[in-house]
Design a protein around this ligand. Structure first.
Ligand code: ADP
Length: 224
């Protein structure tokens, strides 16, 4: 899915985050890098269509004019778009503790009413979590939780995968491994990937194209 965010702005907490010209070609693999607080998560939420921009010249995600949906306050259409088009990996997994690993992974398909497990078995095997499907999140290590979160973000086969500091809680070796798996699995599915991280070296080693935040007092500009 192509991502086009041009002249998209959001102000909060005294900072304006401006996606001046963020264009991600379909199937591209990128990392948004910059220090803590520069507005990376805000930028990601704008691309995820979860945060309403204050201003948007052009915000198109695939064939959907998300800027127009926000202007029309088309909440149901935005929710439906996110459920079907987006896979989102959070910093700490965001798994539901009352559901088993298998149920957590299947959630993204169930929300869409998709029949069957889809690519669950193959994805779980690649991530090395096949033996954990019957467990509950509390019985997993942090690294295992992140792998489950990656599986959950992929099994409904979304064309856009976003990840917010998915390896921040992992030690360097595990961080590199998990980021490589996320990158490989997204690439194999032909999806577009945008990962937020403060660790440029890690992103570079995973083969991601680096997109930097340009910060001046009160404003962060992002241009790809
Ligand atoms: P990063 O991901 O680079 O650490 P964030 O996008 O989380 O940066 O934060 C950018 C700025 O927006 C910070 O000044 C932060 O305090 C502010 N901010 C983040 N979330 C909110 C919110 N929900 N309400 C108000 N301000 C927020």
């Amino acid at each position: 899915m192509i991502v086009e965010a041009i002249g998209v702005e959001k102000s909060r907490g005294g900072l304006t985050v401006a996606l001046d010209h963020l264009v991600l070609p379909a199937g591209s693999l990128s990392a948004l890098i910059g220090p803590s607080g520069c507005g990376k998560s805000t930028a990601l939420d704008l691309v995820a269509a979860t945060l309403r921009p204050d201003r948007s010249l052009r915000l198109r995600l695939g064939d959907t004019d998300v800027g127009l949906l926000w202007r029309r306050q088309a909440t149901a259409a935005l929710i439906a778009w996110r459920a079907s088009r987006l896979g989102y990996v959070l910093q700490t997994g965001g798994l539901l503790p009352a559901l088993s690993v298998r149920e957590n992974i299947r959630l993204s398909r169930r929300l869409l009413g998709l029949e069957g497990p889809g690519p669950e078995a193959g994805v779980a095997q690649r991530l090395g979590i096949g033996h954990l499907l019957g467990r509950y999140p509390a019985a997993l290590s942090i690294g295992e939780r992140q792998r489950v979160a990656i599986a959950r973000a992929l099994v409904h086969e979304p064309p856009l995968v976003l990840a917010d500091e998915p390896t921040a809680a992992l030690d360097p070796a595990r961080a590199a491994e998990v980021l490589a798996l996320l990158t490989d699995l997204t690439r194999e599915r032909g999806a577009t990937l945008l990962v937020v991280t403060h660790d440029a070296e890690l992103a570079q080693r995973a083969g991601l194209r680096l997109i930097a935040c340009h910060t001046t007092p009160g404003r962060t500009a992002i241009t790809s």
